[in-house]
Design a protein around this ligand. Structure first.
Ligand SMILES: Nc1ncnc2c1ncn2[C@@H]1O[C@H](COP(=O)(O)OP(=O)(O)OP(=O)(O)O)[C@@H](O)[C@H]1O
Length: 238
């Protein structure tokens, strides 16, 4: 953390310094579909080094926002600024090569970058995929397919990772593992954004919380383990 402050990046202690080249910014972002406004003018900054949660009721615009940041879709209005470099992603519906084994999936993604075998092994064991490493992805349970999808987002060690509902289909122990893995990954200047309905699971590990409702940002603050996330969320949207 001291190194980050010294290098001019944002300092969580609050001296206000940060590097705009290492953040994602949305300015006045609108996304309309026929008759539906998914995002109604979103201004948002995703700071380097944060574990940043995007929460909100069904249909509030979370997946739309992630797709726009990933460049899979274009805003109807507004601008999105991304830093150079890779952005890893995990999708709401796991997206893996179904005919390949777990290991083969990991190696295919690794080959697209400059990852090393030690990191690949760390991702596999950190998400407890070792015991299914030789199994074909299509034959995995929903939970393991989810874990593999999450693993693929991290294999190339990107500076930014965006995960859409990474805890869906997982049992309590697996949820804990994913949250721990993600929180550890955010050390230094690596950033993870999670869109999730599982605020309780991520809550204590979060650096920033953004609440969306009806395509509008209702809350966007730095948080720490002492914040009562459930109360914040309930007051805003329930
Ligand atoms: N391709 C599309 N065409 C038309 N409407 C869409 C499309 N994609 C999203 N929408 C609409 O935009 C709104 C926001 O959807 P989005 O999937 O971003 O919400 P979400 O917060 O991710 O929801 P959930 O928590 O249920 O996954 C919804 O009303 C949805 O029906």
């Amino acid at each position: 953390m001291a190194d980050r402050a010294a290098s001019g990046e944002r300092d969580r202690a609050g001296d206000g310094t940060r590097d705009p080249d290492r953040e994602i910014r949305l300015d006045g972002v609108v996304r309309r579909y026929d008759g539906v406004t998914a995002l109604a003018g979103v201004d948002l900054r995703i700071d380097s080094g944060d574990l940043h949660a995007l929460v909100g009721p069904n249909g509030s615009g979370k997946s739309t926002l992630l797709a726009l940041v990933l460049g899979l879709d274009r805003p109807t209005a507004g601008t999105i600024t991304r830093p150079d470099g890779r952005i890893g992603c995990g999708f709401q519906t796991p997206s893996v090569y179904p005919d390949l084994t777990v290991d083969e999936n990991l190696h295919v993604f690794a080959a697209m970058g400059d990852t090393d075998d030690d990191w690949l092994a760390e991702v596999r064991s950190g998400l407890e995929l070792d015991e299914v490493r030789s199994r074909v992805a299509a034959d995995l349970s929903g939970g393991y397919q989810r874990l593999l999808d999450v693993a693929l987002a991290f294999v190339r060690r990107p500076g930014f990772v965006l995960l859409d509902e990474p805890l869906d289909e997982l049992d309590d122990a697996a949820r804990e593992r994913v949250v721990g893995f993600v929180a550890d990954y955010c050390e230094g200047d690596r950033t993870v954004v999670v869109s999730t309905h599982h605020l309780d699971a991520f809550g204590p590990s979060l650096d920033r919380l953004t609440v969306l409702a009806d395509g509008v940002v209702r809350y966007d603050e730095r948080v720490d383990g002492s914040d009562d996330y459930r109360a914040i969320y309930r007051d805003l949207v329930e």
